[in-house]
Design a protein around this ligand. Structure first.
Ligand SMILES: [Zn+2]
Length: 251
């Protein structure tokens, strides 16, 4: 079935995309190239970071938090993202629970996205065991999407309930991706620049490959799945599609 190529995401229907991740830099390992394409097309993109990434460097945590949030701001600027919210859940020991769901639900109701982009919540991934914060963030994001649409869940919120149309999770070639975003050219360049914006953080990881080397390599692998030079892949779920097993009578 190698001749099959993945379809493009229906991004012409996207107006607002909220990206929810655990840490500064989580968006910059490929996904931000898709964000660069979207913002260039006038789509509003907001980032919600659940932690400040203070456990990610040998420096004292408060110093690291300030540095990493500043680097994230620069990373956002590289791909045209103006809405950055950074919460102060504890890095490294992020806990799935109602606190996390409430905070994500609050941001969904405030930002009113038609697309929420979260992280996967699988234990095993094609690149090894995933980090605990990523799993907690991913599962809480999935649940918060449903919470946001229910007026009886977190009713103390000062915003109206909000229904999200699309739920996206980054995908890998050959690992459940359903759609792709063509990032050939300028979006890919800006995506590379967004990871380079985490300069001091990356400098503290001496074995880390240069963003300008590995981001295009990975995007080229993903591009093959879509039949373009460079791509970012996603698993996409239309949350308002009728259930496949039903008659389609219920919304
Ligand atoms: Zn992370």
């Amino acid at each position: 079935m190698t001749a099959m190529t993945l379809p493009a995401l229906p991004e012409e229907s996207f107006q607002r995309v909220l990206c929810v991740v655990a840490h500064p830099d989580d968006m910059e390992y490929g996904t931000s190239s898709a964000v660069a394409r979207w913002t260039a097309r006038g789509i509003e993109v907001g980032y919600l970071l659940l932690t400040r990434g203070e456990a990610g460097m040998p420096n004292p945590p408060e110093e690291t938090a300030r540095l990493r949030v500043a680097e994230q701001r620069a990373a956002c600027a590289a791909v045209g993202v103006e809405h950055l919210t950074v919460l102060e859940h504890p890095d490294g020991v992020l806990v799935y629970g109602l606190d996390l769901r409430r905070d994500i639900c609050h941001e969904i109701r405030r930002f009113k996205p038609d697309v929420v982009l979260g992280t996967a919540y699988d234990v095993e991934t094609p690149y090894g065991f995933d980090q605990a914060d990523h799993r907690a963030a991913g599962l809480a994001t999935l649940d918060a999407i449903r919470d946001a649409g229910n007026q009886w869940v977190f009713p103390e919120e000062d915003h109206e309930p909000h229904d999200v149309r699309w739920y996206l999770v980054p995908g890998m070639p050959g690992s459940g991706a359903t759609h792709g975003v063509d990032v050939t050219g300028e979006p890919l360049r800006r995506g590379v620049a967004s990871l380079e914006a985490h300069g001091e953080y990356l400098a503290a990881l001496p074995q880390h490959p240069a963003p300008a080397d590995f981001i295009p390599q990975f995007a080229a692998m993903s591009g093959k799945a879509m039949g373009v030079e460079h791509a970012v892949l996603f698993r996409a779920y239309d949350l308002q599609a009728p259930p496949e097993f039903g008659t389609g009578d219920e919304g």
